[in-house]
Ligand binder design. Sequence first.
Ligand code: XIL
Length: 383
Amino acid sequence: MTTRRTMLAAMAGATLLPAGFAHAANNPKAADLAGTPLKEIARRKGMRFGTAIANRKDQFGDAAYRALVERECGIIVHETEMKWQQTEPAKGKFTFEQADEMNAWARDKGLELRGHNLFWQPEKWLPGWVVKEDFGTQPGKAVEALMRERVRTETAHFGNQVVSWDVMNEAVDPETGKMRENVLTKPLGAVEQVDLAFRLAREYAPKTELVYNDYMREDAGSARHRAGVLAMLHELKKRGTPLDAVGLQSHIGSWDESKKSKADLVEWRKFLDEISGMGYNLLITEFDVNDRRSPADITVRDREVAAQAKDYLDVTLSYPNLRDFLCWGLADHVSWLQTWYEAPRLDKLPMRPLPYDGHLKAKPLREAIAASISAAPARKAMA
Ligand code: XIL
């Protein structure tokens, strides 16, 4: 039965309805979800919904895009502005302005903030000056002092506004499952360096959630990566490393040649069960769907992306120890996948990995996200 309330909700949400998704208009539940901000659908479950945002012309610099973020999100994370390369491009020369500008806005709009990230292991993401640094005759001590300085300056600057820190990003090599090496791990040992990062983060941000963040996926092509992350987490557990949660980046979709199968989500469950069994919380930190193997036809493509997302999210959001769900951008035109070299579309058409299109119109993916969150079990109230 269509009540006055659902009709009004449908009308209010008219601009949010995905193009070509006429059935939402005839389906009170879908229409209600289309008209309700994702942050509100999440809040009803004791969850937070959010996105990455960059201080670029087409994101923070675009009033309409900013308004979309304000309407849909309860939490944000900076796409690049808090990374080491950005905040300290030369030794001792700090450039916090870009992040600060967005943080003032977030505070003003009541958006919470995740910190991304304190350390990022692939050496190409370290500032050039760190890679060239001479660590002298006591390199272990010198690296520890440098890491302490990084954690101290970053946490002191951003302070309590950060509710959750990605302390360590991508410490496991997806090809081998072994821990990555870089100029900071060599003098200390790889696992020791990760452990130290968390201890420093706890020391300087004692009340903040501390997260290990990585991009292992559910498909067979990511099996070594998952195994490597589990091995590292067990090792850290043994050492008593102060780690609270695991960030599932969730860049899903087609990244490699591996065939997708139903068994993937069974393996994914095992992976999440094992992490949960260790007592860690979970987060979805960077969700998007790589559609490089989907057909050019937009209607078909959008439907495939939404279906894949729904399957993944239904499993992942079923874990009550997962409260935060952030996309890596809200609208297709701002997605990093448009220019990322690793996995482009062969036909060179623009990618469609996010819940809104380039005109800020909701897509079937937005509907899939709303449906998955609203089907998830309610979490206990946030501490
Ligand atoms: C990406 C940004 O989106 C790009 O703009 C930047 O050039 C490279 O980094 N995993 C992460 C994110 O943890 O920091 C990455 O962000 C995407 C993959």
